[in-house]
Structure formats: C-alpha cells, structure tokens
Design a protein around this ligand. Structure first.
Ligand SMILES: NC(=O)c1ccc[n+]([C@@H]2O[C@H](COP(=O)([O-])OP(=O)(O)OC[C@H]3O[C@@H](n4cnc5c(N)ncnc54)[C@H](O)[C@@H]3O)[C@@H](O)[C@H]2O)c1
Length: 420
C-alpha cells in the first residue's frame, strides 16, 4: 500500500461519478492521497465508474479498488461489505460517505468506530441528536469530519460572506432561492430511495441554499414550514418531488426555497438554480443576487450526446466542475466541486502530516486543536458548526408530513423541533 493517506468512498453513484472520484483522482495525482477504495451495494455502479470514458481520459493509468470486485454478479447486493472494507483500512484513513441520505449515519458510525476521518456529502445526517453525537465522538477521538456543501466554495458565496460580515449588506430581511433538478432524475436510482418515507426534495436539495444563508449571514434558522406535493416515480413509488419551503431566521427574516425534480430535460443547463437576498440598512435597501444557472456561457452543439438532459443549445456551468486540458497528463478538474473536496481532504492530510511522529496524547491534542479551529472558522461545515442544518431537515420532514404546518426550532441544551 502507498504511504499516502488511503481513502474509501462508500457509495458509487452519481455524485461519486461526477465530482468525488475525479476530485480524489486529482488529489492522488498530486500525491495528497494514496489508494482509493470504492464500496457500492453491488458491482453495477462500480463497473460504470471503471468504464467511464471521461474518467479514463482525464486520469489515464489511475484506478480504484472495487468492493465488491468488478467481476461479481451485478445483481448480488452486499449491503454490509463496506463495514469489512472500513475495518481493514489503517487507522486515520479517510472515509467518504456518498450513499443515500438515510444511510449516512450507519456508515459514519462504522468509520468513527474504526477511527477514520470523514468527508460526508450533505446532509450529514437526518437527526440533530445524531449530528451532535457524531461531533462529540469525532472530537474525543481527534477525527476530522467535513460535510461537503460545495456551494460554499463557489467564489460568489465567499465574496458575499466576506462583504456581508464587513457590514456592506446591512441586515438580511427577505429572500428567495430555487433549485430545480431535471425531470430525468425521476428515472434514476432516486426512485428507489428518495421516496416519501425516506426523504423529499426539500431535504435533498433545499439544504444547499439554507446552508448558504447561514454561511453568508451567520444567522440561525428558527422555524420551518414545507408544503410538499407527492408525485409518482416511473417505478410506481411516491416521492415528494415538489416542495415550497419557508425558513424564518433568528432576526425575523424569511427565506422562501422552492425545489423539485421538474426542470425540463430540454431546458438549457443541468438544473435551474439561484438566490436573491434583500436586506436593509438604516435608510436604504441592499441586495445579493446570484444567478447560479446561467453563468454567461452559451453553446450550440452539432448533436446532443446520449446523456439524459443533454441539449444542443446549452448553458454549461463553467464554475461547478469541469475538466480542462492545461497540459500535462490527462485533464485537470477545476471548479468549486473540486475545491470543496480538496479543502476537506487537504485539511485532514495536513493535520495528519503535522502529527506524524508525535506520541498519542500529543497527536490527539493537536488533532483536537485543528477540529476546534475548523469549527470556529466555519468555512468547512462540521457536525458542530452546521448542526442547524440537521434541525432544519428534521423540521422540514415534520412539516412536510403534516401538510406544511410550521415547525419551531429550539437551540441549546434541549435542541429539537416541534410543531407550532
Ligand atoms: N449537490 C450535492 O451536494 C449532492 C448532489 C448529489 C448527491 N448528493 C448526495 O450524495 C448522496 C448519494 O447521492 P447519489 O446521487 O450519488 O445517489 P445514487 O443513488 O446515484 O448512488 C447511491 C450509491 O450508494 C450505493 N449504496 C447504497 N447502499 C449501499 C451500501 N449499503 N453499501 C455501499 N454502497 C451502497 C449504491 O450502490 C449507489 O452506488 C446522497 O446523500 C445525496 O444527497 C449531494
């Protein structure tokens, strides 16, 4: 095995294919991480990853260790295999959690038990008490847990955050955010797990912009109401595929968030997304508008590819995740999707480099100091500094299951949610 820190991705689906694996391949190329393992429920998604033409072109000669192996019958599921793989990793490896939302907690528990650092796709977990327990256990063992909210690493978010905190936007009062994923998502593996009993489009998508409002302003959400419409997937299962959410903030401000799996497949761009925030000073208004869908690039292709949602007229996002030919071998991933993964992995790797050769007590103290710094800086979302997201998720679920009734969020020793 390589001397570099090994990484194990649990989950070989869409987000692993388009963002996590190419980011980790790039970090492997740069010598930041060592071996890459990927666990999936069966070999089918792993074969897709291994044969992905873009990944082959971008990272010639690089590969991952598949669990189960690529030769395994793709119809045979191995839901517990990730536990053995995680148990076999050397202590203080990195586990990347990229399974469906409701399975994050089970994977995180195993990773912490075996003393590994964690990079988890959003949302960390679906219960606030679980987020708190994860934060506590991780800190007591000196393990870094980063939650991957990549919109934070879009430069426009960091610009707004710095300027808001410098007082340039006064006080946030009223806002609106949209994030509509394409209709074709209904045909993907989503229909097997993003169903009414497990999750909904508010839980799955709204957290991005709600997290951004907190990231920019520092305000905490205090009440949530979500009206959801249950719609049928192609496989007959039902999911809340349309949602209108209202989040009230501690200063009385309100953010309306609309989400769905309904953006027309023939529409340009991979989704529709953006945010408006209106604020006030003593005698004038302020505004932050992020047009996150149309970012000024228009393409018309000769033919559209076979990928679902591809169009001949397109508005590609140059900022999230792109592969560039900038010389050297293969292609180089760029964008906030890459920067977000890189930030979490780099902070873990640097911390481990700084503790190399120290005794256990000294190493633990240093790792805990790093965790406190990351918690306080608030750039990387951690279980402690972003647990409001879990409260919003809990409140959102309670509200959507109760026809949109308002749910209050309580902080402090008795943190939790209750119907108003
Ligand atoms: N913008 C974002 O931040 C963003 C975008 C997409 C997805 N996500 C998150 O990523 C996660 C995964 O989403 P996705 O779209 O890749 O889902 P997906 O359905 O495409 O893939 C899920 C993967 O999990 C694997 N899996 C399921 N159970 C498993 C088990 N017991 N052991 C090992 N692997 C198992 C499946 O084999 C599959 O490869 C979700 O939590 C989602 O919310 C985040």
């Amino acid at each position: 095995m390589s001397q570099k820190i090994p990484v194990c991705i649990v989950g070989g689906g869409m987000i692993t294919q388009v963002q996590i694996l190419p980011s980790l391949y790039q970090l492997q190329r740069l010598g930041r991480v060592g071996d890459i393992h990927i666990c999936a429920l069966n070999s089918a998604p792993l074969r897709d990853l291994a044969n992905d033409p873009m990944l082959k072109k971008a990272f010639p000669g690089q590969s991952f260790m598949a669990h189960p192996s690529l030769e395994t019958d793709p119809k045979v599921g191995v839901p517990d295999l990730f536990k053995d793989v995680i148990a076999r990793l050397p202590k203080h490896s990195i586990v990347v959690v990229a399974v469906p939302d409701q399975l994050h907690h089970g994977v995180i528990e195993v990773a912490l038990r075996h003393e590994h650092h964690i990079c988890c796709v959003k949302p960390l977990v679906l219960k606030h008490a679980q987020a708190e327990a994860i934060g506590e256990e991780a800190c007591s063992k000196g393990l870094i847990v980063g939650v991957e909210y990549h919109k934070r690493f879009d430069d426009r978010s960091l610009i707004a955050r710095r300027q808001y905190r410098a007082g340039r936007f006064g006080e946030f009062m009223l806002g609106q955010a949209n994030l509509h994923e394409c209709w074709y998502y209904r045909h993907s593996n989503f229909q097997n797990w993003c169903t009414c009993e497990n999750s909904d489009v508010f839980t799955y998508i709204a957290c991005h912009y709600i997290d951004l409002v907190q990231f920019i302003t520092g305000l905490k959400p205090t009440a949530v109401s979500v009206y959801g419409i249950a719609d049928q997937y192609p496989n007959g299962k039902k999911g809340y595929l349309w949602a209108d959410g209202r989040v009230i903030w501690e200063n009385g401000a309100v953010m309306n968030v609309q989400n769905s799996l309904s953006y027309p497949d023939e529409g340009p761009g991979g989704n529709f997304q953006g945010m408006r925030m209106y604020g006030r000073g003593a005698d004038r208004g302020t505004m932050i508008v992020h047009n996150d869908q149309f970012r000024g690039v228009e393409h018309v292709y000769l033919e559209k590819s076979d990928s679902p949602g591809d169009t001949t007229y397109a508005q590609p996002n140059p900022d999230y995740f792109q592969f560039l030919d900038i010389g050297g071998e293969g292609l180089t991933p760029v964008g906030y999707g890459y920067r977000s993964i890189e930030y979490i992995i780099r902070n873990i790797a640097e911390c481990m480099e700084q503790t190399a050769g120290l005794g256990e007590a000294q190493s633990l103290a240093h790792r805990q100091k790093t965790i406190r710094r990351l918690d306080d800086e608030g750039i990387m979302a951690t279980p402690r500094n972003s647990a409001y997201n879990e409260l919003v998720m809990e409140a959102g679920r309670l509200s959507i299951l109760n026809g949109g009734r308002e749910v209050e969020i309580q902080y402090g020793a008795n943190a939790g949610v209750k119907l108003k």
